[in-house]
Design a protein around this ligand. Structure first.
Ligand SMILES: NC(=O)c1ccc[n+]([C@@H]2O[C@H](COP(=O)([O-])OP(=O)(O)OC[C@H]3O[C@@H](n4cnc5c(N)ncnc54)[C@H](OP(=O)(O)O)[C@@H]3O)[C@@H](O)[C@H]2O)c1
Length: 142
């Protein structure tokens, strides 16, 4: 990976870990595309960091993921670094709330696997050059 000559897709790039990574990569001269659900936080990032591209997507939702993949080629011919960061870990030990578990699985696992598999396909997450993948989303503890 060349410093300052990359196009990155950073899911969950509006807060905490993802935001920090988006800001760092952007400051180094790379092209950062960030995703999240909340439009106002995406807009704040784009206002604060000129040239940063934002795409609203709910990665729990298959239609929203498909719309994200469909949009990427219209923005860039390839993404050479995919940072799968969107996710959460709010399931408390002993919780039996299956709806929360299902959301965690969709966000932290399914979307990560899907984005990884699509990076080599013709969706804009291309394997052009050296495409790296990074993941910070985790599974909840039992
Ligand atoms: N913080 C830690 O100590 C720690 C340690 C190990 C691993 N992790 C993992 O690292 C990841 C990031 O942690 P964090 O503490 O930085 O989390 P965070 O502050 O809650 O930020 C999560 C980011 O992901 C986005 N997001 C969440 N759900 C989403 C969804 N369904 N679709 C699209 N975007 C979504 C959020 O934006 P919206 O809410 O607007 O969508 C936000 O930008 C998580 O997966 C977490 O499990 C965190």
């Amino acid at each position: 990976m060349q410093r300052g000559d990359n196009t990155l897709l950073i899911t969950g790039g509006t807060r905490s870990i993802g935001r920090g990574r988006a800001e760092r990569f952007h400051a180094l001269g790379n092209r950062a595309i960030i995703t999240a659900r909340r439009q106002e936080l995406l807009d704040d990032m784009a206002t604060a960091h000129s040239g940063m591209i934002r795409i609203r997507a709910d990665l729990r939702d298959a239609q929203s993921r498909a719309a994200l993949y469909a949009q990427l080629p219209t923005i860039t011919p390839s993404v050479n670094l995919l940072i799968n960061n969107a996710g959460f870990e709010s399931l408390l030990p002993g919780s039996t709330d299956f709806a929360v578990s299902r959301d965690i699985i969709k966000t932290n696992i399914l979307s990560v696997l899907e984005l990884r598999s699509r990076r080599a396909a013709s969706s804009g997450i291309s394997a052009h050059g050296s495409c790296g993948c990074s993941r910070s989303a985790t599974l909840p503890h039992e």
